[in-house]
Each structure stands twice: as structure tokens, then as C-alpha cells.
Write a protein that binds this ligand. Structure first.
Ligand code: C2O
Ligand code: CU
Ligand code: CU
Length: 493
């Protein structure tokens, strides 16, 4: 009998071999990357980008997309694609109610588009694959920031290239704050840390190798662009924003001490009630904000952030926290306190600022069904048997309406995971295989995990912008070939 993991391997190798020439695959299996000692490099935190100017209600930024050589592995220059020379790109800090306007200059030889993942933006600023910035040109994206505080991220979305573009470096964090966020007793400043994680494969010269869908052969996880870094933390409470910027890597996070995380937010912002979590699934494009409490950890303790879903042992420990701080410690056996004993007011109650228009109610007037699978005959990942066609609209939605989408992962036999991401909206996951989804995985979400064979129902209300937006699997290598569709929000008749 094949177990699930074997089936996964089989599924992907069969898929990849059909879609991509064997020579390309063979070369990827041959040369080993330069070795890096685990926990030998310090975590780097991408700088917060400064506006070029600000008015009463808007911050203006300039960014430049270009190929850049930089040091990812010690002593080696790696060719990457970057926003403003950063790998990952600079962090944008935005406030609800203040617009952000970014002029993106495309310094690549081909087209580029920039999408702000998780954001409610006009179609003209969504970075649709068919709405590119020509090489050598720039284009202005306008983000209204009229939504709840959330950990968003921006990335390239070029037609048939998004997988490779993001893999080579085109992504960055976009952290939106609001008045609720500002008044909660949450860690801020150096204690509020974005962690962008992603899969990678380097060749013997330390260059990034991109073989689409080759997840068995991406042995490296980068945290903010560094392999297995260490992070010197103080004996404080930290807010970590876990962002999975991988094309294919699925994380199930855990702390090596077994201490729990307090999850405060999901993809689109705060949970209604924070959740104590021993392990947290974060698949490609998903986000989780967690509090980690180092306050009573003995100085000198090392704690690993682990991925217990890693396919190989060397990908298990992805980051090491080194707890510093002053003072002697007399009870070294004590690890992180359990959340029930901490003095964080929000542990016990609801986080304020729940949308007035309660997303948990609302009546759906339409149900649609989307079936995702790898079509072995076509060598394509398809939705309802079709690959992406920019001229086709898969769902025409009247403005203001609420819909239920039933999404099926039909790849049980091949053991392939998928996810579904909708642009424009935050949705609610109603149920999975007929069982209600736990609250921490239900709302607010913009990307939903689908294990092989899963049937998931989501509910969304399309009451903001009109226009055409993509939805797709966010295993970006699947989206690229060609697991993507479009919905169009049209005026109410
Ligand atoms: Cu992260 Cu089409 O998006
Ligand atoms: Cu998106
Ligand atoms: Cu997929």
C-alpha cells in the first residue's frame, strides 16, 4: 500500500515528468548546493520602505523591479529578482484610511505585474496577469486600505510566469494597521516581526534552480531570504507574522519546546477570539499572526521554530530563537508559560472591531462548484476541466451578492494538495468534508487549504469593487500551468 506521503511523491513526479522535459528534471537532481551550517546566519528583517512623499490622506512610494545579484548563501552572489534590491522586498507599513500609491518601475526584460495579496482593491490596481507593466515602463498601483488590519503581501503575477517570478524573489510584506490594532496590548516595534518563508533549491554554484512543481527537490527553506537563520530575541512577548511565500512548501509550525502559540490573526486580520495552538498549518500564501512568549524563558535557551510537515529531516528546523536578556535565572526547567497563566487581556475575550456587517451571517443566493485536479492527459492542472483562459469568465457575480463556492480537490488518487485563493475578498470557510471548520481557520481567509479528496465550502460577499479578478490554486507552480479562473463582479441589474 502506498501511504499518503508516497502517493504525494508519486503524484508530483508523475505530474512534473509529464509537464516538463526530463532533462530539466535530471539536471535538478544532480548537483548539491554549497552547505550552510544550521543557525549560523542571523535573521534579517526587511527594511520598512519610506514614502517618497505624504499628503493628508495618502503615502506615495516608488519601487523598482529588477534583476539583482546579492548574498543569500554566505560568500556567494546569487542572481535574484527583486523589488528595490531586497530579497524579499521591503516591507510596507500602511494604516487603514490612508491610501498607499506605489509607482512600480519594471526593469525586467519582460512584462511584470504586481498584486497585493489579500487586499480589497479596484481591478485596475489588482495586478491582473493580463494587465502588465511593459519592460522599461512604470505604472501606478493605488491601494485604498479600506479594510481591517491584516498581514498582506505583494508579489508578481505575470501571466504564465508568476511561479518563477515569485520563486526568484518578487515578493514582500505589506502590514496594514488600524485603530483596533493600535489599541490592543500587542507587541510593537522590534517585537513585531514579519517572517516570510519560502522554498528554494540552489545549484552547486549557489544559483536558484527553478524546476516547476518539483517540490520533492527543494531542500532549502529561506526565512526572510536566509537559510535556517538564528534570531536573538529578548525575554519579551513577540508578535510574529508568519507569511508563507512558498510556491509549494506546506508548513505545520510548532515550537521545539512544545509551548503553544497564541494565534491572533489569520489571512485577512484578527480572529474574533485568539486561539491557543500547538501546531499551525500555513500553506502557500496563507498567513498566521502569533504571539510567542519568551518572558519567562531562561536566558541562553535555544528554541527552534519547526515544520513538522517537512518532507525531510533537514527542512524541519527552520529558525532558531536564541533567548537573551539580562538577569540570572534559577529555574531552568521552566519553559514558556501556558497561555492560561499569562496576563494578556485579549487571551480571554473577543478582539474588538468585528465587522458591523457580520461575515458569519449573510445569506447566500448562489452556489457554485469548482473541481481541481491534475489532468494527466493534458499535462495541466485544471479547474472544472479547464486551464486558465484570460478571455473566459468562470463566474459572473452581481455586486452585493453573497455566494457559496463548493471547492473539490479531485486529486485523491494522486495525493496532490491544492489551495484556492480568491482575489478581492476575505471569505469564510463554512465546512470541510461536511464538518464545520474551526473558527481560527474559518474567517477571515483569502486562501483555503485542500487536502487530497477534500470538499470545502466557502462563503463570500462581493460588495466592494466591480471588475474581473482571478482565483487560483496558490501552489503557484500549479497556477502557472494553469489552475486559474476569473470571476467578474458586475453591477446589480
Ligand atoms: Cu497571491 Cu493571485 O495571488
Ligand atoms: Cu491575491
Ligand atoms: Cu494546486
Amino acid at each position: 500500500m502506498l501511504n499518503r506521503r508516497d502517493a504525494i511523491k508519486l503524484g508530483s513526479v508523475v505530474g512534473a515528468a509529464l509537464i516538463f522535459p526530463t532533462k530539466q528534471l535530471a539536471s535538478a537532481f544532480s548537483d548539491d548546493p554549497p552547505e550552510v551550517q544550521p543557525f549560523s546566519l542571523p535573521l534579517s528583517i526587511p527594511p520598512v520602505l519610506k514614502p517618497t512623499r505624504s499628503t493628508a490622506d495618502t503615502d506615495f512610494y516608488d519601487m523598482r523591479i529588477a534583476e539583482t545579484e546579492l548574498e543569500v548563501l554566505p560568500g556567494i552572489r546569487t542572481r535574484t529578482l527583486t523589488f528595490n534590491g531586497g530579497f524579499p522586498g521591503p516591507t510596507i507599513r500602511a494604516q487603514r484610511g490612508r491610501a498607499v500609491v506605489i509607482r512600480q518601475f519594471n526593469g525586467l526584460p519582460g512584462p511584470a505585474t504586481v498584486h497585493l495579496h489579500g487586499a480589497d482593491v479596484p481591478a485596475s490596481s489588482d495586478g491582473h496577469p493580463m494587465d502588465p507593466i511593459a519592460p522599461g515602463q512604470s505604472r501606478v498601483y493605488r491601494y485604498p486600505n479600506d479594510q481591517r488590519a491584516a498581514t498582506l503581501w505583494y508579489h508578481d503575477h505575470t501571466h504564465h510566469l508568476e511561479g518563477e517570478r515569485v520563486y526568484r524573489g518578487l515578493s514582500g510584506a505589506y502590514l496594514l494597521s488600524d485603530p483596533v490594532d493600535a489599541v490592543l496590548p500587542l507587541p510593537s516595534g522590534e517585537y513585531d516581526v514579519p517572517l516570510m518563508l519560502r522554498d528554494a533549491k540552489f545549484d552547486s554554484k549557489g544559483q536558484l534552480v527553478f524546476v516547476p512543481d518539483d517540490f520533492m527537490n527543494r531542500p532549502t527553506v529561506l526565512v526572510n531570504g536566509r537559510p535556517q537563520p538564528y534570531f536573538e530575541v529578548k525575554r519579551k512577548l513577540y508578535r510574529l507574522r508568519l507569511i508563507n511565500g512558498s510556491n509549494l512548501e506546506m508548513f505545520k509550525f510548532r515550537l521545539s519546546t512544545g509551548a503553544p502559540f497564541l494565534q491572533i490573526a489569520s489571512d485577512g486580520g484578527f480572529l474574533r477570539v485568539p486561539a491557543v495552538r500547538q501546531e499551525i498549518d500555513v500553506w502557500p500564501a496563507e498567513r498566521a499572526e502569533v504571539l510567542v512568549d519568551f518572558r519567562s524563558v531562561p536566558p541562553g535557551t535555544a528554541i527552534a521554530l519547526q515544520n513538522v510537515a517537512a518532507l525531510s529531516e533537514n527542512k524541519r528546523d527552520i529558525l532558531q530563537f536564541r533567548v537573551g536578556g539580562k538577569g540570572s535565572w534559577s529555574k531552568p526547567e521552566i519553559a514558556i508559560p501556558s497561555w492560561s497563566r499569562t496576563r494578556i487581556p485579549l487571551v480571554r475575550g473577543e478582539i474588538p472591531g468585528w465587522p458591523a456587517n457580520n461575515p458569519l451571517r449573510g445569506r447566500a443566493t448562489k452556489t457554485r462548484r469548482f473541481v481541481l485536479r491534475l489532468d494527466l492527459a493534458k499535462g495541466q492542472f485544471v479547474i472544472n476541466d479547464k486551464g486558465f483562459d484570460p478571455d473566459r469568465v468562470d463566474a459572473t457575480i452581481e455586486h452585493g451578492s453573497t455566494e457559496i463556492w463548493e471547492i473539490v480537490n479531485d486529486d485523491a488518487a494522486l495525493g496532490i494538495q491544492h489551495s484556492v485563493h480568491l482575489h478581492l475578498v476575505q471569505f469564510r470557510v463554512l465546512d470541510r468534508n461536511g464538518k464545520p471548520e474551526p473558527a481560527y481557520d474559518s474567517y477571515p481567509k483569502d486562501t483555503v487549504r485542500l487536502f487530497p479528496g477534500d470538499v470545502v465550502r466557502i462563503q463570500a460577499t462581493f460588495d466592494s469593487h466591480l471588475g474581473r479578478y482571478p482565483f487560483h490554486c496558490h501552489f503557484l507552480d500549479h497556477a502557472t500551468h494553469s489552475m486559474m479562473g476569473q470571476f467578474e463582479v458586475v453591477p446589480r441589474r
